[in-house]
Design a protein around this ligand. Sequence first.
Ligand SMILES: [Zn+2]
Length: 316
Amino acid sequence: MAFSVMAALILVLGVTAGVLLLNNKDKPAPTPEAGTNASETAGPESTPGSEAASPAVTEAPKRIAIAADQVRRGDLLLVNGKYDYDFDANSDLVLVNIKAKQSYDYPVSKEEFMVASHILSPLDEMIRACDEAMGTHYTSISSAYRTYDYQWNVWQQMAELYGQSYAEKFVANPGYSEHHTGLAVDLGIIYGDGSEGSFSESQNAVWMKEHCADYGFVRRYAEDKVQITGISNEAWHFRYVGVAHSRYMADHNLCLEEYIDYLRDHTSPAAPLEIKTDSGRYGVYFTAEDSFEEPPGSYEVSGNNVDGCIITFVME
Ligand SMILES: [Zn+2]
């Protein structure tokens, strides 16, 4: 199941990011070894007089170009007080209305709430599993995708209600909220009679913290990471990063800032960070270049929103 989510995600990413996706079986004839710098590999031109006839020559792997704005797109974007969300680079972000499209009927506090289309299925599955484990039916969504204007209004309201210093401390500036990505949700509790409960104090929060990684989500703002994230402990805010990354971050207690840093130490496709999940084995590495070696199987590309891209590929 998780693999099909990954496959769907790859498809969405591929379509939206315009990244060329190829499977082993669709793999075209490899380009000749000669002339393998990125700009020259686009066309399959053969080089006369090359050593192609020699069986000893191994063909250079095909290289995939990375678009200039890819660094600002993808599931691993680091959006925080320092790095803003690039709305222009993500103008083709596909959003879906949660209430209209959810496959499991959980409460959503506002009818208009939307998330990035490819995270709805794992979100549905995660909430369903939590409710099943709790034997209740009131895990809800209390915030989801936010536009720039929406965040601006939230900020203004908080400043008016509690003062500017409060707003500066607890509300992200417009453009700097993870909610702009469509990859983040705030969870809540809404009982059958419509009244609300405290998610932070619920057993649901305990379950979510423990199991969200199984669905590709991380509990983004932990108590022991406040100094790094700049955001106070939030038991309710969950961010989708994809199941390989959520697994690694949870197992090693890394927040997204730390994980993005850590990945910069892994730049070799031949010696990637290896991550095992229930759905398979993944190789992960960082590149700041404008192209990368085509992995042998399925893969996805995400910018880190700072200085490069992360390649995640399925290992055999
Ligand atoms: Zn939030």
